[in-house]
Design a protein around this ligand. Structure first.
Ligand code: MN
Length: 322
């Protein structure tokens, strides 16, 4: 008997966005890239069969990144983000019991992004937004995003930070293309993004903000003790936080199992953050639904822990019961 599941990092593609998606081609093999493109554009039998096979009742769909976040022309980015959100809303409307959505936002214009998030959540029935890392070298802790975080806080809409490439290829990846992408650099980039938000005091200013990270928290649950132990003696200047760094991970951050099917990191995340912070996901179609499904059914968890991780935590974070 499979546990019912909700999955949060499940991607789709719109044909007009293939040019943006092409920037990701350097990070994955040509074979996977080609295969993924077809699966991404299907909203019907193929996707539903992959969900049914492992008991996913509902997938929260998001555009495969980086999307308009790499668009140089801001007005075009704003316009295209709206269009792809309308397109996703139409697909969701065909199967509202099976699909939800994370909005795609043009972060080049923070107040437009706030308005579009509100439109997607209030009018189109989406659950939050997915942001693909930095935008033009700017991270979400930047002051220009204050209007965005204000709205996020008001809407209590979760913001999922999905990995993307850094603004430039730093020297440490020189002659190691295998490290540039999902093997390592995405983890460094995305974990650093989350830590920028913590140490900038974003969650002190917006205590209602809800952040989601994939890959069981991009290795951060393993490191929380060290952050608490070292941050006060390492910082320079006038930095003040109301709480210990780890506290924000127990109050403002949730993590998904996307692309991580390993027992020990899951137990570490539960122990460090609390079982209520952990959510099942696949990262379809870049990861195999069956592998993720078989693993979560078999990994050592109590029945209650499994129910929370597979279903109940997502239901309450995404407000699906309303
Ligand atoms: Mn993904």
């Amino acid at each position: 008997m499979k546990s019912p599941k909700i999955a949060l990092e499940e991607h789709f593609m719109h044909p007009d966005f293939l040019e943006y998606f092409g920037t990701t081609a350097v990070n994955i093999s040509p074979a996977l890239f080609g295969k993924a493109s077809e699966a991404l554009m299907d909203f019907g039998e193929r996707r539903l069969a992959a969900m049914d096979e492992i008991g996913i009742e509902k997938s929260i769909l998001s555009l495969a990144g980086p999307g308009v976040q790499v668009e140089k022309r801001t007005a075009l980015a704003v316009d295209r983000a709206r269009k792809v959100n309308d397109y996703l809303a139409e697909e969701i409307a065909k199967r509202p019991d099976r699909y939800g959505g994370f909005a795609h936002l043009a972060m080049q214009d923070p107040s437009e992004a706030a308005d579009e998030l509100e439109r997607c959540v209030r009018d189109l029935g989406m659950q939050g937004a997915m942001i693909n890392g930095q935008t033009g070298g700017t991270y979400l802790d930047d002051d220009r995003y204050s209007p965005f975080w204000e709205r996020v806080s008001d809407l209590k809409a979760p913001i999922y930070i999905h990995p993307n490439n850094p603004p430039e290829v730093v020297h440490m990846y020189h002659e190691h293309p295998e490290l540039y992408g999902p093997v390592w650099s995405w983890t460094v980039e995305t974990a650093t993004h989350a830590l920028r938000l913590v140490f900038a005091g974003t969650f002190d200013r917006y205590p209602g903000a809800r952040l989601v990270l994939g890959h069981l928290g991009e290795a951060l649950p393993f490191l929380l003790w060290r952050l608490d132990s070292r941050w006060e003696i390492s910082h320079r200047g006038e930095m003040r936080l109301e709480k210990q760094p780890s506290d924000y991970f127990r109050q403002n951050v949730w993590v998904t199992t996307s692309g991580m099917c390993a027992d020990a990191p899951l137990r570490c995340s539960i122990d460090m953050m609390g079982v209520g912070r952990i959510l099942f996901s696949v990262d379809y179609p870049f990861e195999q639904a069956r592998e993720a499904g078989d693993w979560i059914e078999a990994t050592p968890l109590s029945d209650e822990e499994r129910r929370l991780i597979c279903y109940d935590n997502a239901r309450s974070l995404l407000k699906l019961d309303r």
